[in-house]
Write a protein that binds this ligand. Structure first.
Ligand SMILES: *Cc1c(COP(=O)(O)O)cnc(C)c1O
Length: 231
């Protein structure tokens, strides 16, 4: 049974805490179809999933106007499973992965929207391009639009160090915000549509928004603690 009143209370508190320009992705990994449906009925349309198998199982059982965000670490072998569902893929962290998405998207005759993940945390376990790698990617050789014509790079995504040191988290988010604005100003991607900065989760969304985030990915603060933890 879903405790709808508790869910509504937490959801409305989160919504009220976010400025209107910040899009909320409700992270629904490990949550049941019933929980997702209940949040959908409160008006939420953007949901984030981490695991291809889970996305493939749940998406067909839920309303078709849900925007599914793939926020997990995506392996090349799973690209084909994720593409049919994904509205936006957040964690694109290598040129090889871009090549694979391009190949599969071309096969489906689709354009896929992605965010490039940038490594901003001190933890080695987190994924993403370094800012040097990202600059090399956009500065050398053909432009991203030419190399990956079926991919639409909509912005950047990052995860801060998992710590309660607010100053460290803030400086990491600010660094990502600066990189985002710099790339945007240089118009390397379609500038008018390179406009998504996905940063901030339950524990650090306020710091992320303060540093310029316009998309937050929030699970626990909406649905409660997860019994099994996601990556
Ligand atoms: C699980 C997850 C989230 C949500 O985390 P919460 O702490 O539950 O809000 C956000 N982003 C990514 C990439 C995640 O894996």
């Amino acid at each position: 049974m879903v405790d709808r009143d508790a869910l509504a209370e937490r959801y409305h508190a989160i919504k009220a805490s976010l400025p209107p320009h910040v899009r909320l992705v409700a992270v629904s990994k490990t949550r049941s179809v019933q929980e997702i449906q209940a949040l959908y009925e409160l008006g939420q349309r953007d949901f984030g999933e981490n695991y291809p198998q889970e996305l493939r199982e749940k998406a067909p059982l839920l309303p078709i106007d849900i925007n599914w965000h793939f926020i997990g670490h995506l392996q090349r072998s799973n690209v084909k499973h994720v593409l049919p569902f994904a509205h936006l893929i957040h964690g694109v962290d290598s040129e090889k992965l871009l090549d694979e998405i391009e190949k599969r998207a071309a096969g489906l005759d689709k354009t896929i929207a992605v965010l490039l993940q940038v490594h901003i945390a001190q933890e080695e376990t987190k994924h993403g391009f370094s800012s040097d790698e990202l600059n090399a990617l956009v500065e050398t050789g053909p432009s991203p639009r030419q190399r990956w014509p079926h991919i639409h790079v909509r912005g950047l995504m990052g995860m801060a160090t998992n710590t309660d040191q607010a100053d460290l988290v803030t400086s990491e988010f600010r660094a990502l915000g600066d990189l985002f604005r710099d790339l945007r100003a240089r118009a390397l991607f379609q500038a008018d549509q390179f406009n998504v900065l996905s940063m901030g989760m339950s524990g650090d969304a306020d710091l992320a928004v303060g540093a310029g985030s316009n998309m937050v990915r929030i699970g626990t603060a909406i649905f409660g603690e997860r019994s099994s933890t996601g990556a």
